[in-house]
Design a protein around this ligand. Structure first.
Ligand SMILES: [Zn+2]
Length: 292
């Protein structure tokens, strides 16, 4: 765990992005971290990935013109687990604020819904492990921000331990060993690659260094949603993080110009947003239908 990752030299261009450089006085807090307002000031791994997937959909979301259906229960189950490991107070507050969604008929006396009972067994699987308890020590839910290649970025670290030079992110997953088809590389990849966790960890490592002047090694602690939960702790090879930072440097100028309406967003033509806004403006021969 001590293989210190190589330092990446980040080239930054001053005032490359007028919008970002003029709004850096805004405050980033735990409360506004997930708001559209803060997303418009700070780039994040989630938004960056959305722009990589479909610029038209990502821009519509960022500008509040489209709000995709997200699986609220899946999000809440993840937050349930995260708040538990954050602190007793945070978990209690989460239970109170989301009682309608968590309890049967919204009433605590009726018991919790099955998906949250499942989250309890994931919590038990981690808590019963002495190594997890020893490892998962540090400051929880730490908001970080900084500049990558001339653009302001933000991140939220599940557990940061500057003394040990490490940070950890808790991830819930259906099955740790499930394979995921990657369209770009034409091969199956693991869940962290499918979800761009290598990108997320590379960015967080840079932001932590900028904010605290400490290089930390990232670890993913995964726990599965299977009846008997699986778990694992994973490191991210340095070459992958270097590649992902290279991707940020390469793709970011295009994304910024789309955000600032200097270039037209490209439609992917197969996501929810593109299907929703599609018009029948061309006739396609049946032997030319695009296959994904
Ligand atoms: Zn699309």
């Amino acid at each position: 765990m001590n293989n210190r990752s190589k330092v990446t030299k980040l080239t930054t261009t001053k005032n490359q992005n007028k919008k970002n450089s003029s709004t850096t006085s805004a405050t980033l807090t735990t409360e506004n971290y997930y708001s559209l307002e803060s997303d418009r000031v700070w780039q994040s791994k989630t938004r960056f990935r959305e722009f990589e997937d479909c610029e038209a959909a990502a821009l519509a979301q960022l500008e509040g013109r489209w709000n995709p259906d997200s699986n609220v229960e899946v999000l809440l189950v993840g937050n349930y687990l995260h708040s538990y490991f954050e602190s007793k107070e945070a978990h209690q507050r989460f239970l109170e604020e989301n009682s309608k969604a968590i309890y049967k008929y919204g009433k605590p006396e009726k018991g919790i819904k099955s998906s949250f009972r499942q989250a309890d067994s994931m919590i038990d699987a981690l808590e019963a492990d002495a190594n997890f308890n020893r490892l998962y020590q540090g400051e929880k839910e730490v908001v970080v921000k900084g500049e990558l290649y001339g653009v302001q970025w933000k991140g939220k670290i599940d557990c940061l331990n500057l003394d040990r030079g490490m940070f950890m992110d808790l991830k819930t997953v259906d099955d740790i060993h499930k394979k995921h088809w990657d369209v770009d590389s034409h091969q199956y990849v693991s869940f962290p690659l499918d979800r761009s966790y290598d990108l997320q960890m590379a960015i967080y490592r840079e932001l932590i260094h900028q904010q605290f002047d400490v290089w930390c090694d990232p670890y993913i602690i995964a726990v599965s949603k299977q009846v008997v939960p699986d778990k694992g702790i994973y490191s991210i090879p340095d070459y992958l993080m270097q590649e992902r930072l290279g991707q940020v440097e390469m793709d970011q100028p295009r994304i910024e110009s789309v955000i600032h309406h200097e270039e037209e967003p490209i439609r992917c033509e197969h996501c929810d947003y593109c299907r929703l806004t599609k018009t029948l403006d061309e006739v396609i021969p049946i032997d030319e239908i695009e296959l994904y």
